[in-house]
Structures are given as C-alpha cells and as structure tokens.
Design a protein around this ligand. Sequence first.
Ligand code: AMP
Length: 401
Amino acid sequence: MLALDFSKQKVLVRVDFNVPLNDKNQITDDTRIQKSLPTLKYILDHGGALILMSHLGRPLKSKKEDGSIDVDKFTLKHLLTHLEESLGVHVHFAKDTVGSEASQKAKNLEPGEVLLIENTRFQPEEEKGDEDFARKLSSLADIFINDAFGTAHRAHASTTTVAQFFDKEHKGFGFLMNSEIENATKLLQNPDHPVTAIIGGAKVSDKIQLIEKITEFADHILIGGGMSYTFLKAKGGSIGKSLFEEDYIDLASELLEKCQEKNVNLMLPRDSKIANDFSNDANTKTVDSMNIPHDWMGLDIGPDAIDDYRKIILESKTILWNGPVGVFEMENFSKGTFAIAQAVADSTSEGAFSLIGGGDSVSAINKSGLSEKVSFISTGGGAMLEFLEGKELPGIKAIRD
Ligand code: AMP
C-alpha cells in the first residue's frame, strides 16, 4: 500500500465494519473500526478520497416476514456518527452500493472526503461473487485496497471479485491485512523453535485440519477444551459425559500416531476439572482425565495440566493459541484458560513470539486483561484458521494475482 500514490485518487477500501450492535443499534465493540483507522487516515493524509464498503450481519438470512430486507436493522448508517468521530471528518452516506446515489456521490468526492456506501450484503450478488456487481463497485474508484482480513476467506464480490478490475499498480492490502498476513506467515515459515501450539475449543471436527498442519512444524501441541475428550477416549480413557465426537475417534487416533512418528509432543490434559452438570453452579472435583466418572463431564483442564502446559509455554520461542481450554464463559471453569493466557503473556515478555489466532481465545485474552502482553492478536476468526491450515485465501490471492 505504501508504494501506491493516493494523491487526487478515489480509493475504494473494503473494510470489515461488521461490528456488534445492541438492540438500540449502538456499537458495543468498535475494535474493527479502530483497527481500520491507520489505513484510512494514511490514504486521507496522502491526498486520497475514501469510498468505504463493508458488510454488516447477514441481512439476506434474516429477512422480514414479507420477504424484504430489514434495512433498519442492517444499515451501515448505524456506524456513521461513530465513524465520523473516529476519523475526525464528515462522512457522506449512500443508501445504495452501485446505484445512482453511490455513483453520483463517489463522482463528486473531493480529496480528503469520505463516502460510506450501504451494506454490500443487501445485494444477493455480493455473496455469489458476481462479476457484474463487482465491476460496478470497481467503477466507483481508481484504486482498490482490501483491509478486511476477517472476510478474506470468502470469495465475495467486494472482497475478491472486485480486485480483478484493478491492475497491480492500482490495488493492494491495507495495514491491518498486511500485519495479519505478516504475523501468520512468521509463524508458518521458519519459526524459532521450540514451537508450541495450544489448541482448545469445543470440537475436534473444527480443528482437525489445523492440528494436522501444525504437526508439520510444531514441537509441542497442547490440547485442551472439549476436544480433549475425543482424544482421551481414543487412548482408551473413560470420559463420562464429556463432549465426544464419535465420528472423529479414528482421526484422533491417527493424529496421535502421526505425532509419535514425527516426534511431535502432543499432550492431553493430565487432569480435568469435572462437573455433574453443564452449569457454573454444578458440583465439581478434579480427577485424572482418563478416569472421569460415569455421570460427570470435563469442563476445564486441572491444576496438574496447568503446570505441565505452563512449563512448556515458558520454554517456547514461538506460540500459537487457538481456542479456550475450558468453558471459560463460566467462572468456575475459566481458571485453565486464564492460566494459559498468563503463561503466554509471561513467555512473550521473555522474548517469545505469540500469536492469538481468532475467535474465543481472543475474547479470553481480552477478558484476562493481558492483550497488550502478547505479540499479535488476529482479527479474523475463520480467516485466520484457514490461513493457518495452509489454504490460500481468495481475498489475498485476488490482490496478488
Ligand atoms: P471454539 O469456537 O471451537 O474455539 O470453541 C469455543 C467454545 O468451546 C467455548 O464456548 C467454550 O465454552 C467451549 N468449550 C471449551 N472447553 C469445553 C469443554 N470441556 N466442554 C464443552 N465445551 C467447551
């Protein structure tokens, strides 16, 4: 992006303004807007005019009873005041994306001015990656910048197809997108060893591809969360009522063997905090993870597992963390996840590179108050997962092609 000349240019920027709103349509977490500001301010400071496009929610999946789009709920207009305050300039708004209002307002835009066009997902063509719609979007501007890492794994019109209408000298990644790619690449290519991946979350099925990819370069894989119990069962353990995916037990066994062959230390939690009900008020005790009583379920890693994992994390030079190691939303089962957050922060302060890759581990690190103490927190849940699995994301490829 730094190589492009924005002076007197109209710059179409795909941002990820898919922010959470409350029932009064107020933004409850503006992280995504804040993260886009360096790119937007840079373009304005270098003489460009901004045309911003984003999706918000899933308007086509939540239509009104009469089949029409719920514009009042999903309009990007809800973001206008906050965006103006954040950017410090007036922001024009177009009630369409490629219609006459957007075209006219884009045409009249002067350097230093900003236009926000309406939710791209109001158009059914968006999610189909429609060429005609993308061409119309491209005709609004001279340059295209993609800064929406969170949707880079979708081959939609505004994230991917639109890029084909700009040549290499007129398109690029924004600063956020660049840093996401750089940090994830740092982890995948020539990381400093020992490399440790902490993989938690609910299900093996969601993370199996990630774990397979990680066996190619990690020294330690520390498993936690609901998925532990499918692995423990594959090893012959009794897991009581813990989360279990029968269809994945063979894959789990294969992965355990593969790690042994490759000398990758895949660890399962030695002990678990178990409960007699999926509730914060349930009775609890700590037991050997291989011997969970019949009517009980594992909802957090236990103190011995915390000690094991902390030791390994502190000895690591590169750390990836994806997914909580317990039901951290419930206070009584959050200890393991917060202990992992602390260990990752402590190791980072000793010089390790740490990447928190998407989803619930991001909210866990934020909740722990340690977000400033890790190297990089990804803004892209699904996109980061796919990137780390080694897939080429369509939104990235379209800029590079
Ligand atoms: P994921 O989106 O796959 O990273 O999963 C995150 C979810 O996994 C969180 O909502 C956790 O509450 C849940 N989770 C973590 N550990 C367990 C567990 N032992 N049993 C059930 N759910 C869990």
